[in-house]
Write a protein that binds this ligand. Structure first.
Ligand SMILES: [Fe+2]
Length: 341
C-alpha cells in the first residue's frame, strides 16, 4: 500500500486497546499493528513507522525495553507509551528515556488523536531541522572553499608581487644577481642553527628576500658603479633601508619584514645605519640578515676581487664578531658550519 499518509505502528499484546486505537487512527494515518515487541521490530525493519504507540506491560520484552531498541535503530521515530493508571510513574520515567508522551488506558478518542498528531508534528519539525542543518552545513562548506581559494589567490598574488619587486632590485644592481634569494637561503640556514621556530623562519625568509627593496629608490648609476663610492654616493646608498621600510609600510601583509629591511645594516657595536642601534637593540632577524648579507657579498666575485674562499669567509666572520656581527650568531655558524651554497 503506497500512500502519502504518515505511518503509525501500534504494538500491544491485548486485542481490545490495539483494535480501538487502530479504529481511531486508521482514517488519518497508515496504521499497522503488532501483538508484541519482536513482531514490531520486524515491521520496523521492513517499513519503519514514523510513530509507534507502544504498550508498557507486555510479556517477553516490555514496552520500555522495546522503546529503547526502537529509538536506537530509528532515532527519528517518535514513541508514545500506553499505560494503565497504576503505572503512570513508569511512563513518566520512559519519557526521560526518549518517549514523546504517554496515553493512559482506557483512552479518550480525542486525546489519542491529539497526542499522536503532536508526536508526528514533532517528528516533522525534527526532520525539517535536520534538512536545514544539512543545508547550512553544505553552505558553510561552500563558503569555506570560496574563502580558501580567495586566500590562495591572495597569497599567490602577494608572492608574485614580492617576486616582481625582488627581480626589479636584482636587475637594477647587476652585481647582485640572485643576491636576495641567496641571502634569504643563508638566513634560513642561520635560523636553523639558532633553532628558531618554523613560523619565524618563514617570515625571516620573506623579509630577507625583500631586505634590499629600498634600492629601487637609489640611483642606478650608483648601484652599478665599479670601484669605490664617493661619500655622497655612499650617503645615497645608505638611504635604502628607510626607503624600503617606507615602501613596505604601505602593505599590511608585509609589515613583518619592516624590522629586517630597516635594520639590516645596523652593526653589533652600534656604528651601522640608519639608526646606529647596538647589540640586542637590533632585532634578531635583522642581525641574522646582516650576517647572511655579508657572507653572500664575500662569496661573490667583484670587478676588483675574486670570490673569497670559504676559509677566508669564516675567518672574516670570526674577526668581525662583536663589532660588525652578533658574536653568538657567528659562534653558532662556525660551530655548525652551515651549508653556505
Ligand atoms: Fe642592504
Amino acid at each position: 500500500m503506497t500512500d502519502n499518509k504518515e505511518r503509525v505502528l501500534i504494538i500491544d499484546d491485548e486485542i481490545a486497546p490495539r483494535e480501538s486505537l487502530r479504529m481511531v487512527l486508521k482514517d488519518r494515518y497508515n496504521v499497522s499493528t503488532a501483538t508484541g515487541a519482536r513482531e514490531g521490530f520486524n515491521i520496523m525493519t521492513q517499513n519503519p513507522a514514523d510513530l509507534v504507540v507502544l504498550d508498557i506491560m507486555m510479556p517477553e520484552i516490555n514496552g520500555i525495553e522495546a522503546m529503547k531498541e526502537i529509538k536506537q535503530r530509528h532515532p527519528d521515530t517518535e514513541v508514545i507509551l500506553l499505560t494503565a493508571f497504576a503505572s503512570i510513574e513508569s511512563a513518566r520515567s520512559a519519557i526521560r528515556y526518549g518517549a514523546f508522551d504517554y496515553l493512559t488506558k482506557p483512552f479518550d478518542k480525542d486525546d489519542v488523536i491529539t497526542v499522536v498528531e503532536r508526536g508526528l508534528e514533532k517528528r516533522r519539525a525534527n526532520i525539517n531541522l535536520k534538512v536545514e542543518k544539512d543545508k547550512l552545513w553544505s553552505r558553510t562548506r561552500y563558503l569555506e572553499e570560496q574563502i580558501n581559494s580567495a586566500r590562495q589567490n591572495l597569497v599567490m598574488s602577494y608572492e608574485g608581487t614580492v617576486k616582481a619587486l625582488i627581480l626589479t632590485i636584482d636587475a637594477k644592481d647587476h652585481y647582485t644577481f640572485n643576491h636576495s634569494e641567496h641571502v634569504a637561503r643563508l638566513s634560513v640556514e642561520i635560523a636553523k642553527v639558532l633553532n628558531l621556530p618554523g613560523k619565524v623562519k618563514d617570515r625571516l625568509e620573506q623579509a630577507a628576500l625583500m631586505h634590499d627593496i629600498g634600492k629601487i629608490g637609489v640611483d642606478e648609476i650608483i648601484l652599478r658603479k665599479n670601484g669605490r663610492l664617493t661619500d655622497d654616493e655612499f650617503t645615497e646608498i645608505k638611504k635604502h633601508p628607510v626607503i624600503g621600510a617606507t615602501i613596505v609600510q604601505q602593505v599590511p601583509f608585509l609589515e613583518d619584514a619592516i624590522p629586517v629591511i630597516l635594520h639590516h645594516h645596523e652593526t653589533y657595536h652600534g656604528r651601522g645605519y640608519p639608526i646606529g642601534l647596538k647589540g640586542e637593540e637590533i632585532p634578531l632577524t635583522a642581525r641574522i640578515v646582516m650576517v647572511a648579507d655579508a657572507i653572500d657579498a664575500m662569496m661573490r666575485a667583484r670587478p676588483y676581487r675574486g670570490a673569497l674562499p670559504m676559509e677566508k669567509v669564516f675567518s672574516e666572520l670570526r674577526e668581525n664578531a662583536g663589532t660588525q656581527f652578533d658574536p653568538q650568531i657567528v659562534e653558532l655558524i662556525l660551530k655548525g658550519r652551515i651549508s653556505l651554497e
